[in-house]
Structure formats: structure tokens, C-alpha cells
Design a binder for this molecule. Structure first.
Ligand code: PLP
Length: 396
């Protein structure tokens, strides 16, 4: 009965989600303390207290008709004004409420953006490995996702390779920094070069090529890494932001799109995004959560918690002889499989109750993703298992 298109999506349904379910099952057999589930990017750090306080205050003191009612499809005017002002303070921009659309998480925002932009057959380029749902988000509107491989040692993006993939059908380029699954943060130098080359391509083809900057991990960076505000480097940039990771609210489904007035066809793009939010069935982002995040704009997640996990994991894996990309941001460690078939390595880890995700789930064989947004104990207690698996390959 199901549609041909859905048959494909169901067949390729998320390995990550399946592992998450398997993790729960394993926990009922071995006990939760003996399962080391690094499969899902579900933050273990609780939302800041300010979130709970805002919820209580809003539901007890604000007008319930307003708090729980419909509003403009782009979101509450005062919330969008507050978000715009916050961004202006951070990035020296001049956004107003007009430039902000409140969205149902980054996933909802990307669907709104592609609904707004794509005709069937239009191309969207991204760097591989990538958050695999991009394939569905682009496919939902009959677009074609084009993958450009990153450097296979550093996983840094190659701007020239990106430029070579641009065609007259390219409507957008998705950038995701800090990156899921690699933890790489794109430097200002790389962003500048990508911007320069895309400007050249726009001129060469006489087209508009948008960067969609997918930024759920913007604030989660380690050491001195900075995450450039891409609209300040490339005019045709739309930003998708989410509070799923930055305030640990993934189930609440709240974020925003920034559509700067400088983008091509800004007025049409902004009103189309508003309509897309409605007709995709979102109608608007969750009303209570809009009001909550507007009160928590300066709140931050506990990056030190993730930093501690990162360090513990890196020390343990290095000592065991593994090769990996040192995470610069997000909460993922990109771990090289000791054998070419990373699924066999993943299976060996599973024998030690360690759940990690094969790289093929991100379009990149031979590697795996370890999501360390888990408790310190989970990281610490997983290390003997990781060491035993390493020893079975004769590492170190
Ligand atoms: N983009 C990337 C790179 C992600 O890692 C995720 C979630 O893990 C999303 C988008 C979707 O985020 P949200 O929960 O805000 O929809």
C-alpha cells in the first residue's frame, strides 16, 4: 500500500534509531550500567535550570490563550524580535523579526527551506560524511543530493572539490559545522574560500546558489575553535539553528531559520518559508517552547561536561591504539575502523555491549561514530571493552 518513495525510505530506515532501540533491549538483558550506548546524539546534560524556571513562569503567569494559541506561521512577533536582537548582538548584523522563522527543530527548518527552494531535479551539494537525513530532506521535494568527499585523513572540506560539483542545477550547498559525524569545525579560511568559489559559480552560471548552514552544534566547541557566522562571509546564506543540542531540548522541537534581507529574492523567500511552515503541517513551531527560548537566549549548555568525556575517550582510545579525528566541536568522535569493513568492527564492539554507528550510515565506509553525549561513567566503563577489541586486532 505504501508509496514507492516511502518504500525506499523504509528500506534505508535509520540504522542509528534501530541501534538506539537495540540498546534499550540490551539494557533490559545486561542492566543499563553494562551497556555503553554511543549511538544517538541525545544529550545527557540536562537543560539549564533557566528553562524549567521559564516554563513554570510562563504557564503560571502568561495569558494561556496566548501561550497555547496559534500565531503567525513564522512564530510570535516578540520572540522573533528577541532572537533577531540576540543575533545582532553576537554578529554585528541588523536582523529584525522579518528575518526569523521559528521552526520545528533543525529537521523541520531544513524541510521548510527545501520546500521553499527546490524544483524537481534541482541539486543540493553537501560534504561527505554527512547527517544522513539530508538525503530524505532533499528527496522529500524531489531534489538530488550530491556528495563531495572530505579529505580522508582530516575530514576537512575541500572547497575546490565543492566548486567542481556545482552545476547550473545547483540550488544550495549544505554546510554543517561543528560537524556531525566528524566533530570537525570549519575554519574561517575554508568558509572564505567556499564563499569566493560559490560567488564565481553564481556568476559563471547566472544562478543563485544558497548556503544552508545547519548549526545545531554552534556553541559546542573545544579550546580556541571559533564558528564563523557564515552570512557575514557569503550573502546568499540561510542559517538553520536548533535548541536540540545547545539547550538539550531535542524532544521539544524548537529552533529558528535566519533568512537575511540580503539574500536573493529575500521578500519572496521569507513569505514562502512562512507558507511552507504551514503547509508542511508544522503550522508553527511549538508555542510554549518559542516563549521559553526567548527567555533563555543567553543560556548555555555545559560544554565542560562534554569536554571531560571527549578527553577521557580520546586518552582511552589513543592508549588502546585506535586512530581517530580529534573532535573540535559537537559531541561526536570519528573513529577509524581497524578493518576495512567497519560493520564487522561495530559487531565486535557490540559483543562488549558497546554501541557505535557504522560510517556507512553517514555515507562513509571504514569509519564509525561514537556519540559521547553520555554519562562520564558510560565513557569510563566502556574503555576496557574498547581495549579488548583493540587487542583482538593487535593494535598498540
Ligand atoms: N542536523 C544535524 C547535523 C544533526 O546532527 C541533527 C540532529 O542530530 C539535526 C540536523 C536535526 O536536529 P533537530 O533535532 O533540531 O531537528
Amino acid at each position: 500500500m505504501i508509496s514507492e518513495k516511502m518504500k525506499g525510505y523504509v528500506a534505508n530506515s535509520s540504522v542509528i534509531r534501530a541501534m538506539f532501540e537495540e540498546g534499550k533491549q540490551m539494557a533490559s538483558i545486561y542492566g543499563a550500567d553494562h551497556v555503553y550506548d554511543f549511538s544517538l546524539g541525545n544529550p545527557n546534560v540536562p537543560a539549564p535550570d533557566a528553562v524549567r524556571d521559564a516554563i513554570v513562569d510562563i504557564v503560571t503567569k502568561e495569558d494561556p490563550v496566548l501561550v497555547h494559541g496559534y500565531m503567525s506561521n513564522s512564530g510570535f512577533e516578540d520572540v522573533r524580535t528577541a532572537v533577531a536582537g540576540h543575533l545582532n548582538g553576537l554578529h554585528g548584523t541588523k536582523y529584525t523579526s522579518e528575518n526569523i522563522v521559528m521552526i520545528v527543530g533543525a529537521a523541520g527548518g531544513m524541510n521548510v527551506f527545501f520546500k521553499t527552494l527546490l524544483n524537481p531535479g534541482d541539486e543540493v551539494v553537501t560534504f561527505n560524511p554527512f547527517f544522513v537525513e539530508y538525503r530524505a530532506y532533499v528527496g522529500n521535494f524531489d531534489g538530488k543530493l550530491i556528495e563531495v568527499p572530505t579529505d580522508r585523513e582530516t575530514f576537512e572540506p575541500d572547497p575546490q572539490a565543492l566548486a567542481a560539483a556545482i552545476t547550473p542545477k545547483t540550488k544550495a550547498v549544505i554546510l554543517n559545522s561543528p560537524n556531525n559525524p566528524t566533530g570537525v569545525v570549519y575554519s574561517e579560511e575554508v568558509i572564505r574560500e567556499i564563499a569566493r568559489l560559490l560567488c564565481e559559480k553564481q556568476k559563471e552560471f547566472g544562478t543563485s546558489i544558497f548556503i544552508f548552514s545547519d548549526e545545531p552544534y554552534r556553541e559546542i566547541v573545544y579550546g580556541d575553535y571559533e564558528v564563523p557566522w557564515i552570512p557575514n562571509f557569503y550573502r546568499n546564506t540561510v542559517v538553520g539553528y536548533s535548541y536540540s543540542k545547545s539547550l538539550s531540548l531535542p524532544g521539544e522541537r524548537i529552533g529558528y531559520l535566519v533568512l537575511p534581507s540580503e539574500i536573493d529574492d529575500a521578500e519572496d523567500m521569507i513569505s514562502a518559508a512562512n507558507v511552507a511552515n504551514r503547509i508542511l503541517g508544522f503550522v508553527n513551531a511549538p508555542s510554549l517552547q518559542q516563549r521559553v527560548v526567548a527567555r533563555c537566549l543567553d543560556e548555555k549548555t555545559d560544554v565542560a561536561f562534554y569536554a571531560e568525556n571527549r578527553q577521557m575517550l580520546m586518552d582511552g582510545l589513543r592508549e588502546a591504539g585506535y586512530t581517530f579525528v580529534e573532535p573540535q566541536g559537537a559531541f561526536y568522535l570519528w573513529l577509524k575502523s581497524p578493518e576495512p569493513d567497519e560493520k564487522a568492527f561495530v559487531a565486535k564492539c557490540k559483543e562488549k555491549q558497546i554501541l557505535i554507528v557504522p560510517g556507512t550510515s553517514f555515507g562513509c565506509a571504514g569509519w564509525t561514530r561514537v556519540a559521547y553525549c553520555v554519562s562520564h561513567e558510560t565513557v569510563r566503563n566502556s574503555l576496557p571493552g574498547f581495549r579488548e577489541v583493540a587487542a583482538s586486532y593487535g593494535l598498540s
